[in-house]
Design a protein around this ligand. Structure first.
Ligand SMILES: [Zn+2]
Length: 350
């Protein structure tokens, strides 16, 4: 046996140490769970035993505890207190991911990439392989036999699946300037500024707020190149305040696969998206719109513009009684579409 010390040591080590800590759920699921938490608690702290019930777990279930650990490792939850007093709340980054309703948002995309590399084991794999991840078989072999703290056989496949889906979701593989490089360089590394062109869809960000209710098309650029004319806007807008957006869904362009849409796909009604059709009653159009965007808050004016149920007062007469029912909420909130704090309505999840 003396000639086999290394093997014995390895086996012994595996017996004593568990697999390295890795997230119980992938990032996409973790963000969906953060959204469920937000729907119940908003920005407040919740006792851990209560928090896990928002995901349908018993207050002392191990799945609940592991979900909290996963969300914490992605930087979506933070905890305070210990024992029975331990509470969790959403982090600023989680709120910035969840509440960023812009169809395309560089900031949200970057926060999601950061979250993906939150778990220490993810950082280690990213550092080792980056975008050039080997085959599952090679990964498995390395993690089982060559990793400083080896994985055990029961955990390794689950972890590989979790890691792959998380970096895919965070689009880490599609970018050549993320992760360790960005972190090493600090936050100074600026992307090339976006310069709007005629025909682009844009949002106008002014003093940190969005200036137009939805992405609009650039119709012209001033001769000096400093201002842009945007469809439906009076006057010109400074070109350095324009953010690139994907075309709205009713244009014939590519569908938007932004991360928020993917988050929402978990909230999709059974049978998929439906349509607002001309032969529906006004009330049906409004309900269908809120069902299509279940969980999100919309003000009356934005519902009116989105459904063509006009005037806004018409919408108001429909949504006020809806707000009294158990399927809908109606209260002052931030409208997903115009970002204003107004009385908004939403269809409740589940
Ligand atoms: Zn609105």
């Amino acid at each position: 046996m003396a000639d086999n010390v290394t093997a014995i040591k390895g086996a012994d080590k595996r017996k004593r140490t568990r697999s390295p800590a890795y997230p119980f759920v992938n990032l996409e699921t973790a963000i969906a769970k953060a959204k469920q938490f937000y729907d119940k608690e908003q920005r407040n702290a919740a006792n851990v035993g209560v928090a896990v019930t928002h995901w349908g777990y018993g207050s002392d279930s191990s799945n609940g505890a592991q979900t909290i650990a996963a969300l914490t490792s992605f930087g979506l939850l933070q905890d305070e207190g210990i024992g029975d007093k331990r509470k969790v709340r959403l982090t600023q980054n989680a709120l910035r991911i969840l509440l960023d309703a812009r169809p395309e948002s560089k900031e949200r995309a970057e926060l999601i990439r950061q979250a993906a590399l939150g778990p220490k084991i993810h950082q280690e794999l990213w550092k080792k392989w980056g975008t050039n991840l080997p085959s599952d078989a090679t990964l498995r072999h390395t993690l089982l036999l060559e990793w400083p703290t080896p994985f055990n056989e029961n955990a390794v496949d689950y972890f590989i699946k979790e890691y792959r889906s998380t970096i895919l979701y965070a689009k880490l593989l599609e970018s050549d300037k993320v992760g360790s490089e960005v972190k090493d360089n600090g936050d100074e590394k600026a992307d090339a500024p976006y310069i709007a062109k005629v025909g682009d869809y844009v949002q106008w960000e002014h003093n940190g707020t969005l200036g137009i209710s939805e992405p609009k098309r650039v119709t012209g650029i001033s001769p000096d190149g400093n201002y842009a004319y945007v469809d439906g806007q009076h006057g010109a807008v400074p070109i350095n305040e324009l953010l690139r957006e994907s075309p709205p869904p009713n244009s014939q362009a590519e569908p938007d696969h932004s991360s928020l849409q993917r988050i929402q796909s978990g909230l999709r009604p059974r049978g998929g998206w439906t349509m607002i059709r001309a032969d529906m009653s006004n009330a049906e159009k409004v309900v269908e719109f809120l069902r299509m965007h279940k969980g999100w808050w919309y003000c009356d004016a934005c519902i009116s513009e989105s459904t063509a149920v006009e005037p806004t007062n018409q919408v108001n007469q429909i949504v006020r009684p809806l707000g009294e029912t158990s399927d809908f909420d109606r209260m002052k909130n931030q409208c997903r579409r115009c970002a204003a704090d107004r009385t908004c309505t939403r269809m409740i999840l589940d």
